[in-house]
Design a protein around this ligand. Structure first.
Ligand SMILES: [Zn+2]
Length: 137
């Protein structure tokens, strides 16, 4: 069960990154951010709530990382990087990933849909660039 963290401690956590999500770097909304545990509670003892283990994060990033240990988190980053490259270049694998993520985004909420739509525009631009270059040859 989540422990209540004092207002003073929340302020100290916020100041560590000057109000930026430590995972994605985005500017946080002062009224809508969460305290993220660097080492998830399940992997720590009583020190999980110590200041060293707390950093600010947006709800979206915290929801993705939630409870993942170091190796699992590295896999998420590695897979994400590989998949993003495949998707960026519209390879067969990238197209399959794009379609899969689109289906998942429909079920997962508005922020997932917004990020998927952003990818869609970027990939559409890349496809158009490829078509233009291809037609000039
Ligand atoms: Zn974030």
């Amino acid at each position: 069960m989540a422990k209540t963290i004092s207002t003073d401690k929340r302020r100290l956590v916020w100041e560590k990154t000057q109000g930026h999500c430590h995972l994605c770097g985005d500017t946080l909304n002062e009224d809508n951010w969460v305290i993220e545990h660097i080492v998830p509670r399940v992997f720590t003892d009583h020190s999980a709530e110590d200041l060293w283990n707390l950093l600010p994060a947006c709800r979206f990033c915290n929801g993705i990382k939630k409870g993942l240990g170091p190796d699992h988190m590295r896999r998420v980053l590695m897979y994400g990087r590989y998949c993003a490259t495949e998707s960026k270049f519209s390879t067969d694998v990238g197209t399959a990933i794009y379609e899969y993520v689109g289906r998942r985004a429909q079920r997962s909420g508005s922020e997932h849909q917004r990020l998927w739509a952003m990818t869609t525009r970027r990939e559409a631009t890349k496809r158009q660039e490829k078509e233009i270059v291809g037609s000039e040859i």
